[in-house]
Ligand binder design. Structure first.
Ligand code: ADP
Length: 258
């Protein structure tokens, strides 16, 4: 129930009474929940057959390698790549649906060391960091902590670091620094990669918005990474800012209440 009240006055200024409006929003809430549950159900249902397909593709791959059927191997590799893409997409859709369900609920946050979260996020991206020969430096005082859901906050940092790697040419560097300013902890992730023009910056947090669709696809992007980050940050009552220069690099700053 949404309740609004307002005082009513006569023209002479004498108070006449109070107007109270009761707005029953049960139906709206129920529809919202159905929509979110539907997304989660669809994602689950899609994932089961894909996992089965992937299992059989892997078996066939081993069989064709043995039989030296070179074409079969190439086709199976394409099928596998596309199955992996769909699994990534479904996982991201599921993550978004879960976050939407959390919105408006009471948040369960715990005091957590930020340096640990950053180390965890960077090791999660180790494979792609090494593959592209990127150097990562971290400047985070050990004693900085904030009220977070550690799993979600680590995921947000992973998504930003993963992008910094994806949208940087080989051999570039990424710098992560953390400062504590009054009531907020700022986590800055700066890359020297491709960067973006200003007009994209307000849109990149929308689902499926990509500056360069082909490049994102090539890099294995789902177009949902930053939408997930935005939800996680909102859930923490924080904010996210981005600055970028095309051809020079980007800097994402996560500010979360200490
Ligand atoms: P994707 O899966 O495509 O990476 P995201 O939601 O994570 O989706 O990011 C949206 C878009 O924002 C990307 O497709 C890319 O064009 C742009 N982007 C995000 N991070 C960076 C970055 N560090 N440098 C340059 N472009 C970026």
């Amino acid at each position: 129930l949404n309740i609004h009240s307002t005082a009513l006055y006569e023209t002479a200024g004498r108070r006449m009474g109070t107007l109270i409006i009761f707005h029953d929003i049960t139906r709206i809430r129920r529809l919202e929940r159905m929509h979110i549950d539907f997304a989660a159900n669809v994602s689950h249902e899609l994932k089961t057959p894909l996992t089965t397909i992937k299992g059989f593709v892997e078996t066939l791959q081993q069989m064709t390698v043995k039989n030296e059927l070179k074409e079969g191997e190439a086709f199976l590799n394409i099928i596998e790549k596309n199955v992996d893409r769909m699994i990534d997409l479904i996982n991201d859709l599921l993550a978004l649906a879960k976050l939407e369900r959390l919105q408006g609920t009471k948040i369960q946050l715990e005091k957590h060391n930020i340096s640990g979260l950053i180390q965890g996020a960077v090791s999660n991206c180790d494979f792609s960091i090494e593959k592209k020969n990127i150097s990562v430096s971290i400047d985070c005082p050990e004693d900085i902590s904030a009220m977070v859901d550690p799993g979600l906050m680590e995921q947000a940092i992973i998504n930003i670091v993963d992008n910094a790697v994806k949208y940087s040419p080989e051999g570039k560097s990424i710098h992560i620094s953390v400062t504590s300013q009054g009531r907020f902890v700022d986590i800055m992730i700066k890359d020297n990669g491709n960067g973006m023009n200003k007009e994209h910056l307000s849109k990149i947090f929308n689902r499926f918005y990509r500056v360069d669709r082909a490049r994102s696809r090539n890099e294995g992007g789902t177009g949902l990474g930053l939408a997930i980050v935005k939800h996680i940050v909102q859930y923490h009552n924080g904010k996210i800012d981005v600055t970028s220069t095309k051809g020079r690099g980007s800097c994402f700053t996560l500010s979360i209440p200490a």
